[in-house]
Design a protein around this ligand. Structure first.
Ligand SMILES: O=C(O)CCC(=O)C(=O)O
Length: 290
């Protein structure tokens, strides 16, 4: 079952995908955004990357956060991740509020949705950018702010470039969500740590059960907060970008920015909402953080 590709035709449309989501812990919607839309998003991402590279190191202003690393001292800065670009990037903000998300997610988590994740991952060719095997439930803290995590929260990832084994696509363990939080090793940071079979075996899984999440530009992956997943190095000759938006049933979450009320987009307000950055109101920055 290793490296089994996941390029499936979906003759039954979105509903078939959602049944698959509950059963396997993930689903893929092909061609969720079209090529023209992708070009606009790609240009916005290039602008964002340029901002991060210009900072030259990690930088925070409120929830907006640029994770910038260097492969070695004196080498070019690499922007690995930006959190909450939507506060100042209108194209990316419009994507996260696109009503296609509301329509897709309504049967899963309803029409009143908040957003906990708004983030872009870059993997430059040959660059740092591994994600250790993990469950996203690791990051949903404090636990008291998140209720019914498995049924109230859906992570989505929009592929901007081809996601293949060569470009460091996500690898997932189908069905691994059913056992809930597996208390996987949290001693190392997820970003920047390579996937190791030991971490999987410690919780009763194996990389032999993993499959590659193959995505074309414009495809949208959905996954459960309990799905075990990770990703490796980009050894292709192109960048690999993923635009992640995580939505939660509003009544089940005390954190996050509103995204949709009754299926209709909710604009960002003048004051940022508490999401993950605990010092948002005492130390909003701007400041460098490494
Ligand atoms: O971008 C990737 O390859 C990994 C994404 C991921 O693991 C996550 O967002 O939890």
């Amino acid at each position: 079952m290793a490296s089994q590709p996941l390029r499936r035709d979906e003759p039954n449309g979105i509903h078939a995908d959602l049944a698959h989501y509950w059963r396997e812990g993930y689903a893929i919607v092909r061609g969720f955004f079209d090529r023209v839309e992708l070009q606009g998003i790609s240009t916005a991402l290039d602008q964002l990357y340029g901002e991060g590279a210009a900072h030259g190191r990690c930088f925070r202003h409120g929830n907006l956060f640029y994770n910038v690393a260097r492969a070695s001292e004196g080498s070019e800065p690499l922007v690995r991740m930006v959190q909450w670009p939507s506060y100042h990037q209108p194209v990316l903000n419009a994507v996260r509020l696109d009503t296609r998300f509301a329509e897709l997610l309504e049967p899963l988590i309803g029409g009143d949705l908040k957003q906990i994740i708004n983030q872009v991952h870059w993997k430059a060719p040959g660059s740092l950018g591994d994600f250790a095997w993990h469950q996203d439930s690791r990051f949903r803290t404090p636990q008291s702010a998140y209720r019914n995590l498995g049924t109230a929260y859906v992570q989505t990832g929009l592929a901007i470039d081809p996601h293949t084994p060569e470009s460091g696509c996500m690898r997932i363990i189908p069905g691994s969500h059913v056992r809930g939080d597996l208390d996987m090793d949290r001693s190392k940071k997820t970003l920047g740590t390579a996937m190791s079979n030991d971490a999987l075996e410690a919780v009763g899984h194996s990389e032999n059960d993993a499959i590659d999440l193959l995505l074309e530009p414009g495809d949208l992956a959905l996954w459960s907060p309990y799905l075990v997943h990770g990703s490796g190095k980009n050894s292709s000759d192109h960048k690999r970008r993923l635009y992640i938006n995580g939505y939660v049933r509003a009544g089940d979450c005390d954190r996050g920015e509103w995204a949709f009320r009754d299926g209709q987009p909710v604009r960002l307000g003048p004051r940022q909402a508490l999401v993950h950055f605990e010092h948002l109101y005492e130390r909003p920055g701007p400041h460098c953080t490494d």
